[in-house]
Design a protein around this ligand. Structure first.
Ligand code: EPZ
Length: 428
């Protein structure tokens, strides 16, 4: 297993190109199932999860062709075509490695009239049930069976689901995505209430409309989808990754530096940029990105995670690392997942002073952190350890970096380019 080694204490300065968004790519890829025509996605990030999703689609009979990075483009281009589906089953072996595999349930049901997906287990940050995915599909006319660790969704008499109304009791990104991808080929109208409004959902709606879907209320929590007979292929660029951008903004904050996040879109991440400004950082929006610069000691703040447009849960661990260096006490509350403080024990080993009570954490600012060998546990937790290592005195070794590779493309390259002393070592 690879590890990442950082010699901390360097002030980071320069520009970082922001890649295509992992959490958009993982919901755009399964849209290939909704048509027998070619779907080309551009600006795809080079990430383990994107590759895994491509393999899953191949197992279902979707052909995929990846082209290198074209001149002037950052991301990869992938052309997908589902003109010869030979399976409607997403097997346990794939789903256990990537829980986003559940996002083939809706589109496969819409296309083939049935879909079987291994139940994703929990993960480090929580048990992450899929009950809302299933209830939404049932409200749209699907029959749901659970057996032997798999869930099977089928349309009555192997035809098409009818569509219907569903109000989400809890905002769920994935369940909204599955419901959207099922509704676009239903025979009637679907209304989703209390739907997730994350920018990745907007990106999904924009792609579906480009494929010929009829969706009203895009960007709002009330989505109205009128099913159509058929969808066609198209070429579509994945949105920039707002969480990657926010993570590198924290790198500027924690090292007292200045980083230009090239390609970041302010409208995707205003809760993050507001929080950065509250910490005392200078945030400048410009034509092709956002520049974030430290301006003296970081100020502490109170943060509560919430569905978009609130402060993203995927930014909580990174802010916690940065707030370890703030001048005073910060208060964090994690309202989305039940176990998203796995980074705390590892940060403490680097000298952080953090108290956790249930879903709340108090971060007592310290004068400095010291490098150590630390263990990544989940994607965003591992980024918080990288951030702490960038600021810490001495060397930090982050183990189990496969977590990082799921969500951060070319991390060492991007951080080295702005002055970090960072390298990846293979375990031989
Ligand atoms: C997506 O996960 C993201 N993953 C997560 O990013 C992100 O943290 C999360 O949305 C919240 O923004 C991808 O997009 C691939 P949810 P998802 O359904 O869809 C509960 C990262 O680091 N819930 O919005 O699984 C659930 O337990 C990852 O990039 C149900 O109760 O999240 C949680 O408490 C981590 N029943 C809350 O809703 C359900 O059927 C929000 O989960 C579904 C969810």
């Amino acid at each position: 297993m690879d590890s990442i080694h950082i010699v901390g204490g360097k002030r980071l300065e320069g520009a970082i190109p922001i890649s295509g968004a992992k959490n958009a790519a993982l919901t755009l890829l399964p849209c290939a199932l909704l048509t027998d025509e070619k779907l080309t996605l551009t600006n795809l990030p080079r990430l383990a999860d994107v590759d895994s999703f491509g393999h899953l689609l191949n197992m279902l009979g979707v052909s995929t062709k990846v082209e290198g990075v074209k001149k002037g483009e950052f991301g990869r281009r992938m052309t997908l075509q589902a003109d010869d589906l030979h399976s409607t089953v997403a097997p346990y072996d794939m789903v256990r490695r990537m829980r986003a595999s559940i996002l083939v349930l809706g589109p496969m049901l819409a296309r083939a009239g049935e879909s079987t997906v291994s139940l994703p287990g929990g993960c480090a940050i929580g048990d992450r049930p899929i009950d809302l995915h299933l209830r939404a599909l049932e409200a749209m006319g699907a029959e749901i069976e659970l057996a032997a660790g798999y869930v099977k969704a089928s349309a009555p008499n192997g035809g098409r689901i009818s569509g219907g109304d569903f109000s989400f009791p809890v905002v769920s990104v994935g369940a909204t995505e599955n419901a959207l991808m099922a509704a676009v080929l239903a025979t009637g109208r679907t209304q989703l209430f209390n739907a997730a409004r994350e920018p990745e959902i907007v990106d999904l709606c924009n792609l579906l409309v480009a494929m010929g879907a009829q969706i009203q209320g895009i960007g709002s929590s009330h989505l109205i989808i009128d099913g159509v007979e058929k969808l066609h292929g198209c070429t579509y660029a994945v949105m920039p990754d707002r969480i990657e951008a926010g993570s590198y903004a924290c790198a500027a904050g924690i090292t007292g530096g200045s980083i230009d996040l090239v390609g970041a879109r302010p409208e995707d991440m205003l809760a993050t940029t507001n929080a950065l400004a509250q910490c005392g950082l200078i945030v400048e929006f410009h034509d092709n990105g956002i520049k974030v610069s430290a301006d003296g000691k970081l100020r502490p703040l109170a943060l509560s995670t919430a569905p978009f447009p609130g402060f993203a849960t995927d930014m909580q661990a990174q802010f916690m690392a940065m707030l370890c260096m703030a001048d005073g006490e910060s208060f964090l509350e994690e309202t989305i997942f039940e176990n998203r403080y796995m980074h705390v024990p590892e940060l403490r080993r680097m000298g952080a002073n953090i108290d956790v009570r249930g879903r709340s954490a108090i971060v007592h600012g310290v004068n400095g952190l010291t490098g150590a060998s630390v263990m990544a546990t989940d994607l965003r937790a591992s980024m918080s350890l990288i951030l702490a290592g960038l600021a810490a005195e001495g060397e930090t070794e982050v183990l189990r970096v496969y977590h990082l590779d799921r969500g951060y493309e070319r991390l060492e390259e991007k951080l080295s380019a702005v002055g970090a002393t960072i390298e990846r070592r293979s375990a031989g």
